[in-house]
Design a protein. Structure first.
Length: 191
């Protein structure tokens, strides 16, 4: 095993293959590595921030969850995307409110990855997603509906029914998909 300094130099080497290997190994250095990454996620260099967030995703603790949540607000969309993906790998219900907010991200991939994280968290995400979808002016309704449909929790049935024939075609699509996944799909026949 290499030492932490070598692992950090690999993480920030500008070589994606070496950096990815380092990101996968850095959690073995425990709190010392965590303290360093806590500093590097505030770097002025967006690549350093991105790789720091990527490495943080390998830890699974409340401390790393909080750092990933903080990175959902980064100025760089790539860092926000990485943070949302990392929160999905950790599947910590404490991040649900921040992931719900991230559904409003102007970057569509960051929003999609936040929805994917909520899907991974599963049933704990259902009630907050229902609250989001019931707010008609929310720009995040589409990703919220997609997440709700893919979680396929019975508590979402009334919300899915209400969203049928929504003015937003994708909201309507995912409402139908969610009902199908729950075995409640409908077929209409002309008389």
């Amino acid at each position: 095993m290499q030492d932490l300094d070598f692992c950090l130099s690999e993480l920030f080497s500008d070589d994606d293959n070496r950096a990815e290997l380092a990101a996968q190994q850095i959690s073995s250095f425990g709190d010392t590595a965590l303290l360093t990454l806590q500093e590097t996620i505030t770097s002025s260099n967006s690549d350093v921030r991105w790789w720091s967030v990527r490495a943080l995703a390998e830890f699974n603790s409340q401390a790393t969850n909080a750092l990933l949540v903080r990175s959902l607000e980064d100025s760089d969309p790539g860092v926000r995307q990485c943070a949302a993906h990392g929160l999905g790998t950790q599947a910590n219900p404490n991040s649900i409110p921040d992931l719900i907010n991230a559904l409003n991200d102007e970057d569509s991939l960051a929003s999609r990855l936040a929805a994917n994280a909520l899907i991974t968290i599963g049933e704990a995400s259902v009630l907050p997603l229902i609250g989001l979808i019931n707010a008609p002016d929310s720009p995040a309704r589409f990703e919220g509906m997609r997440a709700l449909a893919l979680i396929a929790d019975e508590r979402s049935v009334p919300t899915l029914f209400e969203a049928l024939d929504d003015d937003a075609i994708l909201v309507d699509y995912w409402a139908n998909e969610g009902l199908e996944r729950l075995g409640i799909g409908m077929t209409f026949f002309s008389p």
